[in-house]
Write a protein that binds this ligand. Structure first.
Ligand code: DAT
Ligand code: MG
Length: 141
């Protein structure tokens, strides 16, 4: 069993897509483990996207992701990371096929309505960042 971190971005929340997106994940038979509407701080956003810190679009990405509430979620199931990425589609909505969330509901690269962890390592790091009580870090004593 695997867990992945999924986040509906401010544009998805504002456009009323929370229910539709959750329905797609449930249809895929993934199980919702945690969900919380959050307003990210700039600090949290920078930590979440730290691998992209050197990209020219980084500041715009941080401004966008902190511009409104996000729906932060953990989903669980066999191959949950790959299954979620498959439901989400390609980074650029124009290159994301119809039937994927980005292909159906987004038009632009910088506002592609949803995030999903891209690897086991990212999933563990992101779940720990957003829901530290779900798998409390082991003490080192
Ligand atoms: P993904 O969200 O598909 O995992 P990513 O991790 O490469 O894609 O990038 C994170 C987000 O940053 C992406 O969802 C949208 C934004 N982004 C990526 N490439 C971009 C670009 N060239 N211009 C503007 N925003 C970009
Ligand atoms: Mg990514």
């Amino acid at each position: 069993m695997e867990q992945t971190f999924v986040m509906i971005k401010p544009d998805g929340v504002q456009h009323g897509l929370v229910g539709t997106i959750i329905q797609r994940f449930e249809n895929k038979r993934l199980r919702l483990v945690r969900a919380e509407l959050r307003q990210l701080t700039v600090e949290q956003a920078k930590e979440h996207y730290r691998d992209l810190a050197t990209k020219p679009f980084f500041n715009d990405l941080i401004a966008f992701i902190t511009s409104g509430e996000v729906m932060a979620m953990v989903w669980e199931g066999p191959h949950a990371i790959k299954a979620a990425r498959s439901l989400i589609g390609a980074t650029n909505p124009l290159e994301s096929p119809t039937g994927t969330i980005r292909g159906d509901f987004a038009l632009e690269l910088d506002s592609n309505i949803i995030h999903g962890s891209d690897s086991l390592e990212s999933a563990e790091r992101e779940i720990q960042l957003f829901f530290p009580n779900l798998h409390p870090a082991k003490s080192v004593s």
